[in-house]
Design a protein around this ligand. Structure first.
Ligand code: ZN
Length: 242
C-alpha cells in the first residue's frame, strides 16, 4: 500500500453527487436506499464512470488496487462502508480503487475503530501507509508500526501468501532493473525505470527507497550493497519517486 494523491472533483461532477447524498439523507431506509442508488444504471453511467477514471489516474502502476497493489482495481471501494455510513456513499473523499478480492471478499463491511472512535483503517489518500506499516522487501511481509497498521494488515489480508510471494518477485525485478540502470546507457536506464514503475507491488520499490535512507540500511541491504548505493542516487530516486 502506498500513498496516492486525490485530485479535486470538477464542479459538474460535484453537482451530480450532491443531490444523490441529499436523496439518501431524506430516505427512511438510508442504507437500503444508498445501495439501490449506487447500483442504478443512470448512476453507473453518469457517476461511476467519471469517478472510476479519476481513481484509475490516482492508482499505482497500471490501475492497481490501492490496498494490495497487485490486482487490477476493478471496483470503486467505499473506504467507510456505506452500510455503516450511507451518507458517504457519494462522498468523493470516501472512494478508493480496489480489486474485487480486497473489496468484496476481505474488507467487505469491516471498519474497525479504536475505543475513542478513531478509524483503524489506513486511508492511502490521506496519510502515508508507511507511517503505520513496515514492509520487509526480502520477505514481502508487512509488520505493523501502529494499531492502525495492525488492523489494516488484518482487514485487508495484506500478508496473504500470494502477496508476500509477489512482493519477493517484485524485489527481484527492482534489483535487476537497478543493475541495468547502473550498467546501461540512456535507453537502458529508461527501460529500467519504466519496468519498475509499471510492475505491480509499487510498495516494494517505495519501501526499498525509504529503507535505503533509514538507520540500519547497511544491514538491511547487506546482501546487495551495490543496490543500496543506487537507491541513494538522487537521479534514480527522483525517476522512481516521480
Ligand atoms: Zn486488492
Amino acid at each position: 500500500m502506498i500513498r496516492v494523491h486525490r485530485p479535486a472533483l470538477s464542479a459538474g461532477l460535484r453537482a451530480r453527487l450532491a443531490p444523490l447524498t441529499d436523496d439518501i439523507d431524506a430516505s427512511r431506509e438510508p442504507v437500503k436506499h444508498s445501495r439501490a442508488l449506487w447500483k442504478r444504471a443512470a448512476v453507473r453511467r453518469t457517476v461511476h464512470a467519471p469517478l472510476r477514471a479519476l481513481l484509475e489516474g490516482m492508482a499505482p502502476g497500471y490501475q492497481r488496487c490501492m490496498y494490495c497493489g497487485d490486482s487490477q482495481g476493478t471496483d470503486i471501494d467505499h473506504w467507510e462502508p456505506l452500510s455503516l455510513n450511507p451518507l458517504r456513499t457519494f462522498d468523493w473523499l470516501n472512494h478508493l480503487l480496489a480489486c474485487s478480492l480486497c473489496n468484496s471478499n476481505l474488507k467487505r463491511d469491516r471498519f474497525p475503530r479504536a475505543d475513542d472512535g478513531t478509524p483503524l483503517l489506513v486511508d492511502p489518500s490521506v496519510e502515508d501507509p508507511f507511517d503505520h506499516l513496515l514492509l520487509t522487501p526480502t520477505l514481502g511481509v508487512y509488520r505493523p508500526l501502529t494499531a492502525k497498521g495492525e488492523a489494516t494488515i488484518e482487514v485487508c489480508g495484506l500478508n496473504r501468501p500470494i502477496l508476500t510471494a509477489g512482493r519477493q518477485q517484485a524485489r527481484r525485478v527492482v534489483l535487476l532493473c537497478l543493475d541495468l540502470w547502473a550498467r546501461g546507457g540512456p535507453e537502458e536506464r529508461r527501460t529500467a525505470v519504466l519496468t519498475v514503475r509499471g510492475q505491480p507491488f509499487a510498495d516494494v520499490c517505495q519501501a526499498m527507497l525509504r529503507l535505503a535512507r533509514a538507520p540500519g540500511a547497511d544491514r538491511v541491504f547487506a546482501d546487495s550493497p551495490d543496490a543500496l548505493d543506487l537507491l541513494r542516487d538522487e537521479g534514480l530516486r527522483s525517476a522512481l519517486l516521480a
